[in-house]
Design a protein around this ligand. Structure first.
Ligand code: ZN
Ligand code: ZN
Length: 356
């Protein structure tokens, strides 16, 4: 039988349901279903019963995806999603539906249908529980993240060799995008390329701005590989930059390194963000760091844990998080340096290896 790479997470999910005194849960979110079964499918509803040795999981989908479910997750039963969400109430033996977990971000239409499927059930939001479970990566997932980040490094190394004065931001983004399609599974998100002062806008969309070869270029990129994302930001810094640019660059680099040094199990996402934020503030660029320090990366480009103000999520071994401080001076310049790390027992492993 095929190895169940998500068996432990599904078991932990069932335990969580039992702890929360839920009888079952219905999961619709594509990445959530994927993170519990390994099946990436845009028309799915996973029904999971809580605890017990006779615990069941039923993967409701339509005929297009049945072969993929049977191949990837042969341990789940397969059901017809049209029947589940049809007019007649569901009848599945072995399940009881007093308290049912669900993701509160589903559409109202879906929720209304669920209330018909489970008449009289009390619905409890479990979106956060799934997010927390998915935040801790399995060893196999960490290997996937390593491979994706390694490929991202290679693509960056080769792409920048072909960057020349006269190219536009769009040209450079296209070079990166093509390499990602050739060597990986495409972009994990739309590549960001910012020439010169465009970098002051932290999520600038590449346009027809021409690079003169002397200005700095900020590139934020991530290739997707075998279902997992990568994420890294680097800057091309030609010689003879202004004193201000070099000062900001050195400061952001020091902030990035401080962030990486500060990652360890037990620290919260808020504390980690705070350490780097205070450092930039102390050095005169607090207000210019307008976004949060980082985010988890996995099947999705933005996952838990967030490294941001007030976040109380405690970092644990196996969690991934980006460290991406930035300083943006509107109309003048912008620098961001981003690495992806995985929390280990003693600190973290840095997955991005491109020169900074
Ligand atoms: Zn990024
Ligand atoms: Zn990022």
């Amino acid at each position: 039988m095929k190895k169940n790479r998500f068996g432990e997470r599904l078991a932990a999910f069932r335990e969580r349901l039992a702890e929360r005194k839920l009888d079952a849960a219905v999961v619709f979110g594509q990445a959530n279903v994927n993170g519990l079964t390994g099946v990436d499918c845009d028309n799915a509803c996973l029904l999971v019963s809580a605890g017990g040795s006779r615990a069941d999981a039923v993967f409701y989908t339509d005929f297009r995806y049945v072969p993929a479910v049977e191949r990837t997750a042969p341990w789940v039963k397969v059901g017809d999603i049209r029947k589940l969400l049809g007019e007649k109430p569901l009848k599945v033996r072995g399940f009881s539906f007093g308290r049912v977990g669900y993701e509160s971000d589903i559409s109202k239409a879906r929720f209304d249908r669920l209330r018909k499927v489970f008449p009289g059930a009390r619905f409890v939001d479990i979106a956060k529980d799934i997010r927390e479970l998915r935040a801790v990566k399995t060893p196999w997932e960490i290997e996937c993240l390593r491979a994706a980040e390694r490929l991202n490094d290679e693509i960056w190394r080769d792409a920048r060799k072909s960057f020349k004065a006269g190219m536009t931001e769009k040209d450079m983004a296209r070079v990166i995008r093509h390499l990602m399609i050739e060597r990986g599974d495409g972009e994990a998100f739309a590549t960001i390329v910012c020439v010169g002062r465009n970098a002051a806008e932290c999520h600038h969309v590449p346009d027809d701005t021409v690079w003169n070869g002397r200005e700095p270029v900020l590139v934020d990129m991530g290739v997707k590989l075998d279902g997992y994302c990568s994420d890294m930001t680097r800057n091309i810094v030609p010689p003879r930059q202004s004193r201000l640019y070099r000062k900001v660059y050195d400061l952001v680099l020091a902030a990035n390194e401080l962030g990486i040094r500060s990652v360890r199990p037990g620290i919260t996402g808020g504390q980690l963000d705070g350490i780097v934020r205070r450092f930039l503030r102390k050095n005169g660029f607090g207000k210019e760091f307008g976004h949060s320090l980082g985010h988890g990366v996995g099947m999705e480009i933005h996952e838990a844990p967030a490294a941001a103000k007030k976040v109380e999520t405690v970092l644990r071994p196996g969690m991934s998080v980006t460290i991406e401080p930035g300083v943006y001076l509107v109309g003048s310049l912008g620098v961001r340096i981003e690495d992806l790390v995985v929390v280990t027992e003693t600190g973290c492993e840095v997955l991005s290896h491109s020169e900074k």
